[in-house]
Ligand binder design. Structure first.
Ligand code: SF4
Length: 114
């Protein structure tokens, strides 16, 4: 089973309701739905925090402290599909930075639930 790290938008997670980190990404991973082609094990869930400059280091800490290197990093659907979008970056740019710094493949999105 693939080991997955999920990155959520902290601004949304802190002020939204009805999900932010509660179940959608986790269900999609568990069931192999949405952006997961098979059930996957979520080994870390990292919140991006505005303006996003700590994301790479926080992901590094999650890997270090958990002693688990994920096979794939997923940017959450609420991060990559946000409307209005992130004022500091976009999913593609964040994915490239994460891939360059960690060497781990980044997938855009997690789930298709509403
Ligand atoms: S920098 Fe963008 S993606 Fe990160 S928490 Fe802020 S709004 Fe969300």
């Amino acid at each position: 089973m693939k080991k997955i790290a999920v990155v959520g938008c902290g601004a949304y997670m802190d002020s939204g309701y009805g999900c932010p980190g509660e179940w959608r990404c986790l269900k999609a991973a568990a069931m192999g739905e949405g952006k997961f082609d098979e059930p996957a094990s979520v080994v870390s869930f990292v919140k991006c925090e505005c303006p996003g400059r700590t994301l790479v280091s926080n992901m590094g800490m999650a890997m270090k402290l958990s002693e688990i290197k994920p096979d794939v990093i997923h940017l959450s659907s609420c991060l990559v599909d946000a409307k209005p979008g992130c004022p500091y970056s976009d999913g593609a740019e964040m994915a490239k930075i994460l891939e360059d710094k960690t060497g781990i493949k980044v997938v855009m999105g997690t789930h298709d639930y509403h």
